[in-house]
Design a protein around this ligand. Structure first.
Ligand SMILES: [Ca+2]
Length: 642
């Protein structure tokens, strides 16, 4: 739900905190704990991590009110993190004798998790500091905590201050977090104290109606050409097609799904996001009837809502914005795998502590074979979900995440001349399959006309004059600042993309994501059901999750972490995407979702990375827009990852 702000030439949001999070990507990774001089930490205390780097330059408004109540989580280190990683690596490695010998959550925790004594020590410390602790999950992996700012300051040896950040009042620790030395190594992280750290969805939305000068979408690429605007600027010429909005049957046909004979029967897919709406189940069936997809049967879609919501998710505008993503995710999974069950696992709000809870509960319940995540934000100084994904891999759960919609984040980090690339999280985690995006042209016979790296640049017309080209949206991709290159990428991802020393580079693979070649989504907005054209890697991840469900059904068993086999079988699993010459575009009017008004006629250049400075390239072999390539043929993909 982001929009382009023509007054500043920057991409923004009607929830400006999203921008704040992106700006945090300037922060250099802070490597903490071991090796710091003792003088840096008060006697009897162990450093956990530094204050968020952005606090050094933000405007401090003074100490946060001592009585203000905050919710956060204290993560507890696994008893044997290295052993857990080695186990997850082995069960995911086709060459290992223990390949796909998965564990139950109970077995995993007994072998690698924190002990009850570890949990008790952490809980006793927190309660002794006057903080209230909540239910600890069966994985013994974190303690949810509620308490006053005064109690948090004392417990963690810090001062929480109020700041003005990107015109928002937020609170965050102003100095390093420390824990009693006896808990060093047991407490691994504290999540949720930085209120500017709000995660975001990646759905890119266009209205489908022709009202107020908007151009109706084409049901296939090239069905209608817009002749009401002036011809598109160079390097295009002449009028361009309307954007396309595909139904599941057309997209499935282009991807070869009918030929697989699979529907996802017997497979359950989990979807992690935040917030929920009671209209979603009926929206899904209204949409299914509209687009000719099978109806959802009783119990096929379930929500596992938290007992209480964060204030973010009791604000109807926030809920409406999020429900576009919630509907997109379910409708994309269902489109590819109409018999798969879907468990929606929303966090209480878009904050790391709540997202940890939602993810951990889904993994501990162990009902799903696949988890998809269509959300993300700036990579911080910890891969804070990594240990949960290690557990998921050990249980055979395949995890995927959208790679982001802001390309390398140069343009969301500020002006291109000053900003530099940064990574998104969890897309950059090495223990999941990161799904990038393509632009996909499908013709009237459901054949693929083109598939190219999603990198959209726009130009707007005023009379007969076109503005200079500006960034609009692109597949997220780049390299992590905090995670080293995983072995499955060794020898496949070049140093051009991984850097030296080599880091985890992403995405891994790609699927349909360009909103100019988007997907029809139905959802209630402001009390009324409406259809929209939606894209973003928010579409690519759940649609790919649906295709993985077909593979799980084919195998008759869980597949686990996909990347080692996916990289090994890359030649057949996906189709390489390369080429960066702008040769296609669309014309339409672009609607500002904040004001509801249409701005000037707009040309969208598809594959436009050559028009702007970018660290992203679309080249032969692995690249940082589409990874190994596009999931172009479902049968080939299923065979390769089985
Ligand atoms: Ca490529």
């Amino acid at each position: 739900m982001r929009f382009f702000d023509p007054s500043t030439g920057r991409r923004g949001s009607r929830r400006p905190l999203f921008v704040a999070l992106a700006a945090g990507a300037f922060a250099l990774p802070v490597v903490v704990a071991a090796g710091l001089p003792a003088a840096a930490t008060p006697t009897g205390r162990a450093l956990l991590h530094d204050a968020p780097a952005w606090t050094a330059s933000a405007k401090a408004l003074g100490a946060a009110p001592a009585g203000k109540i905050v919710n956060f989580s204290v993560a507890i280190a696994p008893r044997d993190a290295a052993g857990a990683q080695a186990f997850a690596d082995a069960v995911s490695d086709p060459h290992s004798a223990s390949y796909r010998h998965f564990l139950t959550p109970e077995q995993y925790t007994a072998r690698f998790g924190a002990t009850n004594a570890d949990v008790a020590a952490v809980v006793n410390w927190l309660q002794g500091a006057g903080l209230q602790t909540g239910a600890v999950p069966i994985s013994n992996s974190y303690v949810p905590v509620t308490g006053s700012v005064a109690a948090v300051n004392k417990a963690l040896g810090t001062t929480i201050k109020s700041y003005s950040r990107n015109n928002q009042n937020v609170t965050a620790p102003a100095s390093a977090l420390t824990v009693p030395s006896v808990l060093a190594g047991r407490v691994s992280d504290v999540l949720g104290l930085d209120s500017s750290e709000i995660y975001r969805t990646g759905a890119k939305v266009s209205p489908n109606g022709a009202s107020a000068g908007n151009v109706t979408c084409s049901t296939y690429w090239g069905e209608n050409t817009n002749t009401s605007y002036i011809p598109a600027p160079a390097p295009l010429s002449g009028n361009q097609p309307n954007r396309a909005c595909y139904t599941p049957s057309r997209l499935n046909a282009a991807r070869g799904i009918p030929a697989t004979g699979k529907t996802g029967a017997g497979v359950t897919v989990g979807n992690v996001l935040w917030c929920d709406s009671p209209t979603i189940p009926s929206d899904l069936n209204t949409w299914a009837a509209q687009v000719g997809a099978p109806a959802f049967t009783a119990g096929q879609y379930t929500s596992q809502d938290p007992a209480t919501w964060d204030a973010y998710c009791t604000n109807q505008a926030n809920v409406d914005g999020t429900m576009v993503e919630t509907a997109l995710d379910a409708e994309a999974i269902h489109g590819a795998a109409p018999d798969a069950k879907i468990i929606y696992a929303p966090a209480a709000g878009p904050y790391s502590n709540y997202l940890l809870t939602a993810t951990q509960n889904l993994v501990n319940a162990n009902q799903v074979s696949i988890i998809t995540n269509s959300w993300g934000g700036a990579e911080s100084n910890s891969a804070w979900l990594h240990s949960v994904y290690v557990q998921a891999a050990s249980q055979g759960i395949s995890v995927m995440a959208s790679s982001g919609d802001d390309g390398d984040n140069t343009y969301s980090n500020g002006s291109a001349s000053k900003a530099r690339p940064s990574a998104d999280y969890p897309a950059s985690d090495s223990q999941l399959t990161s799904i990038g995006g393509t632009s996909l042209g499908i013709d009237s016979t459901n054949s693929t006309l083109f598939e190219q790296a999603w990198y959209d640049v726009i130009s707007r017309s005023s009379g007969t004059t076109w503005t200079s080209d500006v960034f609009y949206g692109a597949s997220g991709g780049g390299k992590s600042a905090i995670t080293s290159q995983p072995s499955y990428q060794t020898g496949i991802v070049s140093s051009t993309f991984s850097g030296k020393p080599a880091k985890r580079a992403y995405p891994d693979i790609a699927n349909i994501a360009d909103s100019q070649t988007g997907y029809v989504v139905g959802v209630t907005q402001a009390g009324a059901y409406t259809t929209l054209t939606v894209g973003g890697t928010s579409l690519a991840s759940p649609y790919t999750a649906g295709e993985v469900a077909l593979a799980v059904q084919t195998k008759g068993a869980r597949l686990g972490f996909l990347n080692p086999k996916l990289y090994q079988n890359r030649a057949t699993a996906v189709s390489d995407v390369s080429g960066s010459t702008v040769n296609r575009g669309t014309e339409g009017k672009w609607k500002n979702p904040s004001t509801g008004t249409y701005i000037e006629p707009t040309t969208y250049f598809l594959n436009g990375m050559s028009l702007l400075p970018s660290s992203q390239q679309s080249v032969a072999g692995w690249d940082n827009i589409t990874g190994l390539g596009a999931v172009a043929n479902a049968s080939n993909f299923i065979t390769a990852i089985q």
